[in-house]
Write a protein that binds this ligand. Structure first.
Ligand SMILES: [Zn+2]
Length: 260
């Protein structure tokens, strides 16, 4: 039988077997549904999280929970297809999911964040609560942070939105959903003290979602893209993806080796 990693594809007996075999380890992909320029689908953030989760889980023989397709995206509401939920709701959802899975012996949780810096605060709160109240292990896997050592030989710029990093990754994982001929560049404007790319020496982590007027301007300028998707490549996407899958496999074995 083909190896199945998605929890929703398994029977409860299979879930039980996998739980024991994986020492109670599970990945929760958490993304968003929001505009991603003219060329990427609105499900991009969830889809990239799903791809990393699926490929790493196949290698490590563990289970992946059904993905959370919704995140806090008030700034992207300026364009259609975007769905935003309140961050407090996201925290509660993640906590309830962890609690349910923990009831049946999942004890090692990896929160795989596809929605970049926007999700990080809420996932930290949920992970801390789960650790304190349930005594489980909970870590956050953020692709931007976990790709700091990625050999960026492709001339990619900083983390933006629907930019060359995300476009390359999607182009590799879901070529049928990517419309590169529609992509529009919008090169990053360098600000002296404001960067949210962990690879950038000036990273400040001081993120606040853009205002509606700032986003209207972005929508008008590039259809919602911040960055240069013209620098995207399928080959770069493949290498980036493989780097992240390898990192995820390392995180899984690190968690499984820990005994308390
Ligand atoms: Zn995105």
């Amino acid at each position: 039988m083909e190896k199945q990693v998605w929890l929703q594809h398994l029977t409860w007996e299979e879930v039980k077997q996998k739980t024991t075999k994986s020492k109670g380890t599970i990945i929760l992909p958490i993304g968003s549904t929001e505009q991603h320029g003219y060329h990427l689908p609105v499900g991009t953030d969830t889809m990239v999280a799903n791809s990393i989760a699926e490929d790493a889980a196949l290698k490590a023989d563990i289970v992946v929970a059904p993905p959370l397709w919704f995140g806090w995206s008030p700034h992207h509401m300026v364009l259609p297809g975007t769905i935003t939920i309140r961050p407090e709701l996201l925290i509660e959802l993640v906590c309830d999911i962890i609690q349910s899975l923990n009831r049946h012996e999942f004890i090692r949780f990896i929160l795989l964040n596809g929605h970049r810096i926007v999700n990080v605060s809420w996932l930290q709160i949920a992970a801390e609560r789960a650790k304190r109240e349930l005594g489980v292990k909970a870590v956050i896997f953020d692709p931007a942070y976990m790709s700091k050592e990625f050999d960026n030989q492709f001339g990619w710029g900083e983390v933006g939105h629907a930019e060359e990093i995300e476009s390359s990754h999607m182009w590799h994982c879901y070529p049928e959903l990517v419309k590169m001929d529609r992509a529009q560049d919008n090169p990053a404007h360098h600000l002296r003290i404001y960067h949210v790319d962990p690879r950038h020496a000036g990273d400040t982590l001081n993120y606040v979602p853009s205002s509606p007027s700032e986003m209207e301007l972005l929508a008008k300028t590039s259809g919602g893209t911040a960055g240069e998707p013209s620098k995207a490549s399928q080959e770069g996407g493949r290498k980036y993806h493989e780097h992240l899958v390898q990192k995820m496999v390392e995180v899984i074995s690190f968690l499984q080796e820990e005994t308390n």
